[in-house]
Ligand binder design. Structure first.
Ligand code: ZN
Ligand code: ZN
Length: 300
């Protein structure tokens, strides 16, 4: 058989008769249900996720206590405070949803003889088996060594959200990058205003902290916001581009051949964010309905 790049990238490729299901342990008695809490126990990922929260809370502290509360205009403080806090709340909610949503894990150990027989393969049909988690891989699924599972439409494993970005949580991940980019931009604008305002006024009236402490806190916030603005804006752009083209990060890296149907860019966005377009696209609390446009098959 001629080996194309797409075939080489697969872990194992056999005809149904050679799958050797006896090497796989039977699946756990209780299947993983969608309502179970999903959380990856990975030390590095947990540390990164906690750092993300601490950085957002630091920004929150500086914005509220160093810049907005001492500001003289109540209206300025109120509008900016409401906007910044709403965006920060949505960013943290998106982070939680991205972290605690099953990204699309394939049931572990389902490569059993009974399951393969139940697929009723025709002669010559091929199924893919993951040798690491003993599951039958649907098309476009990849094994993640951190999650120790095969993930449907896996894009990449992100330690900042301590989870894989895949079919079921990509919306939350995209929202997370978007809201972090927005609060970073907003914080930078407020720091710029604060500096302009405080150079004209007396420093002592401008902040309840001492001038050196104020400057250090603001410069640290500036540095943080600039770094995260660049990082998350690039990530957001890359994600939207790959959603529109319906090609995951892994598929782009491996230059996999397109084996799936081509849809319009707008349709591809709806597959990830839900159908039809509404304000719920922006909400980390609205679970998108992936069902209709996504017909995954076990057999290719
Ligand atoms: Zn696997
Ligand atoms: Zn993963």
């Amino acid at each position: 058989m001629k080996s194309s790049p797409a075939n080489r990238s697969r872990d194992i490729e056999r005809q149904a008769g050679y799958l050797q299901p006896e090497h796989c342990a039977p699946p756990p008695p209780r299947a993983h249900s969608a309502h179970d809490m999903w959380f990856i126990r990975d030390g590095c990922g947990i540390v990164c996720a906690v750092i993300t929260w601490l950085l957002v809370l630091y920004a929150e502290f500086v914005v509220v206590f160093v810049m907005l509360l001492p500001a003289r205009s109540l209206l300025y403080s109120f509008i900016n405070g409401a906007l910044f806090n709403s965006l920060a709340f949505l960013a943290l909610a998106s982070h939680l949803r991205a972290m605690c949503t099953d990204p699309g894990a394939v049931p572990k150990g389902n490569a059993t003889k009974e399951f393969i027989e139940s697929l009723q393969l025709k002669p010559g049909q091929v199924v893919y088996k993951c040798p690491k988690c003993c599951s039958i891989k649907p098309d476009r699924a990849h094994h993640c060594s951190v999650c120790k599972r095969c993930i449907k439409k896996m894009d990449h494993h992100c330690p900042w959200v301590n989870n894989c970005v895949g079919e079921n949580n990509q919306k939350y991940f995209v929202l997370f990058t978007m809201y972090i980019a927005l609060i970073s931009l907003h914080a930078l604008l407020m720091v710029a205003f604060h500096f302009v305002f405080c150079f004209e006024e007396d420093w002592a009236k401008c902040s309840s902290f001492s001038p050196p402490a104020t400057v250090i806190l603001l410069i640290l916030l500036c540095f943080e916001a600039l770094l995260f603005l660049i990082f998350t804006a690039v990530m957001f752009g890359t994600q939207v581009h790959s959603i529109c083209n319906d090609e995951t990060g892994i598929e782009q890296l491996k230059k996999e051949e397109r084996r799936w149907a081509k849809r319009s860019k707008w349709m591809n966005m709806k597959v990830v964010f839900g159908h039809p377009f509404s304000m719920s696209w922006m909400s980390p609390f609205a679970t998108p309905d992936h069902g209709k446009a996504n017909l995954y098959q076990y057999v290719v």
